[in-house]
Design a protein around this ligand. Structure first.
Ligand code: FHN
Length: 445
């Protein structure tokens, strides 16, 4: 009887939050703390994306380009895939080590998969046993452990949460992916699935204190389905008004979304073919990128991007006003690949010297160009020359009539900058060119 009463009270509370939230969501007006967090987010510039799940055990199964998608790419039946959690025992997971690494890399936040498309929850979920605490020999809530450590070391934690689910029986009708997984249910109530997802989100927003936000992915699987977005977003903002919501749906942001992301593309540079919907001027931006070609751990993928390449992408992203969310796929033992650690430490070293020309900035007056990018902070414009090629650089769009001084960022020596009608011309002598990024600071009146 008492149990039943508690259950009822929880349900009523859940309904009340949802209802209140739904009302509040109409004509969404971000709460003051949400607006503050948007500023924080834009100042932060650099975060770690983490794709970690039971799929890491398979390490891509010997194929390039497969990792967290292995269930669908190899058409593994649910009943067989469900054996994976039984082998997942990341005894070497050390959240303190992860978070220290993130700090040394100069990153300010982590976005980790709470659930990917395989439907497995990497945290202590009460609504399903298909989670790390109930279904693995490890039996510990890695998300909770990571959150505690993030709080201790001053790093914000976001959750990547997949709306697409190849495992849940009510994720029906099926979307365009996972068609080959033979034993998926052949009927189901999609509304019940959304209820389940919202309950999991409620857990994520109530079990771990204040979080950075939710990074949604997977709506593209069923673009025409009724995802009840308003309700989900209102639920999240009702529970944590400051939490930032973003969705990788490859469309312009919907009401209730607080940032816009671009997958493996600089904003507007649609090399992937699906990032072609424009760039929002209303909300902060973020681009995510892999260190090799995989999101989850892939044991054969050695196609690592160089430190220089990654820093260049980060700087260009900043030139578009976008954060850089750089991914790692931890190994099944809980450790981060040493190759990734090395890369992150090298980026961190660079940021230690040059971070002042990046953190806290906003996009510059000139869109990124082949030679580099510009960003601004207060009355300073930072010109990041990434590709010098030994020639003068003409930059149109700099308000040269307001130019007070131009110096090199690293040693404060005078830079050779000539004003022109339309902007400036920069001459950088060879001895001043840096191997990664030559930065000139323009101070305006
Ligand atoms: O399918 C996912 C993929 O596994 C990964 O999570 C990336 C990260 O941006 N997003 C999806 C594809 O758009």
């Amino acid at each position: 009887m008492r149990k039943e009463l508690i259950r009822l009270t929880v349900l009523v509370l859940f309904a009340a939050i949802t209802f209140k939230g739904t009302m509040a969501q109409e004509g969404y007006v971000p709460a003051p703390e949400n607006l503050d967090n948007r500023e924080w987010f834009q100042d932060a510039k650099f975060g770690l994306f983490v794709h970690w799940g039971v799929y890491s055990i398979m390490g891509g199964g010997g194929d390039q380009g497969i990792a967290e998608w292995i269930m669908e790419r190899k058409s593994i039946p649910i009943v067989q895939y469900e054996k994976l959690p039984g082998f997942f025992n990341p005894t070497q997971f050390d959240p303190a080590e992860w978070v220290s690494m993130v700090k040394k890399a100069g990153m300010k936040y982590i976005t980790i998969t709470s659930k990917h498309h395989d439907g497995f929850a990497m945290y202590d979920s009460k609504v399903s046993d298909y989670n790390i605490v109930d279904a693995t020999p490890y039996g510990k809530d890695v998300i909770g452990m990571l959150k505690e450590e993030c709080d201790r070391q001053g790093i914000r934690l976001f959750f990547y949460h997949s709306q697409l689910d190849w495992h849940h029986p009510d994720y029906f009708p099926h979307g365009r992916t996972g068609q080959g997984i033979a034993d998926r249910s052949q009927s189901g109530d999609f509304n019940a699935y959304i209820d389940y997802m919202n309950t999991q989100l409620t857990e994520l927003l109530t079990q771990y204190g204040e979080i950075g936000g939710i990074w949604f992915d997977g709506m593209w699987d069923k673009p025409d389905a009724d995802w009840r977005l308003e309700e989900t977003y209102a639920l999240i903002h009702g529970l944590q008004p400051g939490a930032l919501i973003g969705s990788n749906h490859h469309k312009m942001p919907f009401p209730g979304e607080d940032f816009m992301m671009f997958e493996r593309d600089l904003p507007g540079e649609n090399t992937m073919g699906f990032n072609n919907t424009g760039i929002s001027e209303e909300v902060p931006l973020e681009m995510c990128e892999t260190m090799n070609g995989s999101w989850g751990f892939n044991i054969i993928d050695q196609n690592y991007k160089s430190v220089k390449q990654l820093i260049h992408t980060m700087v260009r992203a900043a030139g578009y006003g976008a954060n850089f969310l750089l991914n790692t796929g931890p190994m099944p033992n809980g450790r981060i690949q040493p190759e990734n650690v090395d890369t992150l430490m090298a980026i961190g070293n660079w940021l230690e010297t040059y971070g002042g020309a990046l953190y806290g900035t906003r996009k510059g007056p000139v869109r990124p160009q082949e030679w580099g990018a510009t960003v601004v902070k207060g009355n300073e414009i930072y010109i990041h020359v990434l590709d010098h090629r030994g020639r003068d650089i003409e930059i149109r769009g700099i308000p040269s009539d307001r130019l007070r001084s131009a110096v090199y960022f690293d040693d404060g020596s005078r830079a050779d900058v000539k004003r022109s009608e339309e902007g400036i011309t920069l001459s950088i002598p060879k001895r001043k060119v840096k191997p990664i990024d030559t930065i000139i600071v323009l101070t305006l009146m």
